[in-house]
Design a protein. Structure first.
Length: 309
């Protein structure tokens, strides 16, 4: 077992300070060069850390842009409660884009049948919301270590007037010089956590004492096993033939649509315990717990080309 020494602790702290400084610089650069930015907020750990960094970037002034949540209508109740409480505490201007509104209007068709999820429908709601509010830059919490498609992203990622991403038309980023130029109707996706890893995020959460939704920590929950994942039972996920619900001690590594986001068995009940757990794993959180990322080898890239987060 490795032993943590003062020098290694100092090295980790310096590493986190460098990542923090880069993210703060990105937030300030966007605020200085774009007219109508917005921070995409899911209530998940990455978007909570991103919001924490944005608050640091502009302190003591308030965050100078709104926060937008694309709500599938199938979110975890704990996450929605956390989102609303955080928005009140920080005095955020919260914008909600509703997938249900797009279903009701006929803009999208809700999938049916076993394993159906609204997750892919978020793209249409996201693009509609960006257009309606005339946002020209959207901060996202994606990190390069999550998926090979996200590893192709620049920190400033250009989207055309249809909200689509072309991985072959990425702009160079040399010496932290970012190119946010775009025409009216186009926009830029910005990823302040691009160079962070899941371990970095959790070490920062522990160091900064950042609050998260409770489901990120070990708790007892009734789950079923489906396609190699543990899905929480409830109004959105009912046991199918051959599936037997059981109570297990689990936590979530990522949160999203409850119909396609799985838990992992874990006893990690504190940020420090999660850090130790993550340090020992070799599977990314999306690869382990998101059914929508298992559609194909290029599943994430295909959705990003359509305008996904």
């Amino acid at each position: 077992m490795s032993v943590s020494t003062p020098s290694t602790r100092t090295g980790r702290a310096d590493h986190l300070r460098r990542l923090e400084a880069e993210s703060v610089y990105v937030f300030r650069e966007v605020a200085a060069t774009q007219e109508r930015p917005v921070l995409l907020f899911s209530g998940g750990k990455d978007s909570v850390v991103m919001l924490h960094l944005a608050a640091k970037a502009f302190w003591p002034a308030p965050i100078p842009f709104p926060v937008m949540h694309i709500d599938t209508g199938h979110n975890f109740g704990e996450v929605l409660a956390f989102r609303d409480a955080l928005a009140r505490r920080m005095g955020l201007r919260l914008v909600i884009g509703s997938v249900q509104d797009d279903i009701d209007s006929g803009a999208v068709v809700e999938p049916a049948g076993p394993g159906a999820t609204r997750n892919r429908l978020q793209t249409a709601t996201l693009l509609r919301s960006i257009t309606e509010h005339r946002f020209d830059a959207a901060f996202g919490g994606a990190r390069r270590d999550e998926d090979k498609a996200r590893a192709k992203e620049r920190i400033f990622s250009f989207r055309d007037r249809f909200g689509q991403w072309d991985p072959r038309a990425q702009r160079p980023e040399l010496w932290n010089v970012f190119n946010g130029l775009h025409q009216r109707g186009e926009h830029i996706r910005v990823f302040p956590l691009s160079d962070w890893t899941e371990l970095d995020v959790w070490q920062y959460i522990a160091a900064e004492g950042i609050d998260l939704p409770a489901l990120y920590y070990a708790h007892r929950r009734e789950v079923i096993e489906r396609d190699g994942m543990l899905l929480a039972t409830g109004p959105l996920v009912a046991p199918q033939a051959g599936e037997t619900p059981s109570l297990r001690t689990v936590r979530y590594r990522t949160v999203g649509d409850a119909t396609c986001t799985g838990a992992v068995e874990s006893d990690a009940a504190t940020p420090e315990a999660v850090v130790a757990e993550i340090a020992a794993t070799r599977i990314t959180e999306r690869g382990a717990t998101r059914a929508d990322d298992r559609i194909s080898e290029a599943g994430m890239e295909d959705r990003k080309k359509e305008g996904y987060f």
